[in-house]
Design a protein around this ligand. Structure first.
Ligand code: PGA
Length: 263
């Protein structure tokens, strides 16, 4: 399998249906101007997924993702969305985003189960892992990350791991939580990513530890994306608010592609 960087645009609930389709069209057209050496994933809200999929259909390496999925496939689960219903339209799905955890109470075990469910349906999970500000202040960052990884390693088999994308996303670094706090130091981010790779190496081997793509997420924009992606070991970025602006997202793709090297 070819290893490429990944750039994920998490549009959250920021765009109307119409605006999201327009953003997808602009991103598609702007991306045509440069050779694409990364995977670009657009994650609109559920009702807009089919329309965005239609816009990017046939554009190689540009895919569509959901922002979450139900743990259940069918049943009396009002307001939830089954993996079976997004499957025709997506190749990717974010799980474990801190906003979902806060709103729905997903814990590490549920997130691992959702990731396994997606893999059973041949959808790549983009699994967010990261500590809150409180956990960081208590010095619990590594413990939080290691616990989340441990749950994943318990339920996802070795053969499925190459399809997994992990994202270290400290909750305090997300733009809506950040206010004036400084951006996290890329070296600090890399040190946590290396903790994750070490766990992969211990569970499997060094080859697998190097093969799984691990992204950084939190206040990424076109000016700072390269600072993170240039660290060997960080394989791309998960972008929230900047990804709703086509030019910014495409500039982030260009910046990542320019500096990305494999460890
Ligand atoms: P942000 O969001 O890039 O706006 O910080 C990232 C995220 O929450 O996924």
């Amino acid at each position: 399998m070819d290893i490429r960087p990944v750039i994920v645009g998490n549009w959250k609930m920021q765009l109307s249906h119409k605006a999201a389709v327009e953003v997808a069209r602009s991103v598609r057209d702007l991306l045509k101007a440069q050779p694409l050496t990364s995977d670009v994933v657009l994650c609109p809200s559920y009702p807009t997924i089919p329309a965005v999929q239609e816009v990017v259909q046939g554009v190689e390496q540009v895919g569509v993702g959901a922002q979450n999925i139900s743990l259940e496939e069918r049943g009396a689960f009002t307001g939830q969305v089954s993996v079976q219903d997004v499957k025709p339209f997506v190749s990717w799905c974010i799980v474990g985003h801190s906003e979902v955890k806060a709103a729905m109470g997903d814990d590490d075990q549920m997130i691992a189960q959702k990731a396994a469910l997606l893999l059973n349906h041949d959808i790549s999970p983009i699994i967010c892992i990261g500590e809150t500000e409180e956990e960081r202040n208590l010095g619990q960052t590594i413990a939080v990350v290691e616990k989340a990884m441990k749950e994943l390693l318990q339920v996802i088999p070795r053969t499925s791991f190459p399809k997994v994308v992990l994202c270290y996303e400290p909750v305090w670094a997300i733009s809506s939580n950040r206010e004036e706090a400084p951006m996290p130091d890329p070296q600090e981010i890399l040190s946590i990513v290396m903790v994750m790779r070490k766990q992969l190496a211990a569970a499997f081997d060094a080859q697998m530890a190097n093969r799984v793509r691990i992204l950084y997420g939190g206040s990424v924009n076109e000016h700072n994306a390269a600072d993170y992606a240039k660290e060997p070991g960080i394989d791309g970025v998960l972008v929230g608010s900047a990804s709703t602006h086509p030019k910014q997202l495409v500039d982030i793709v260009a910046a990542v592609q320019k500096v990305w090297t494999r460890a």
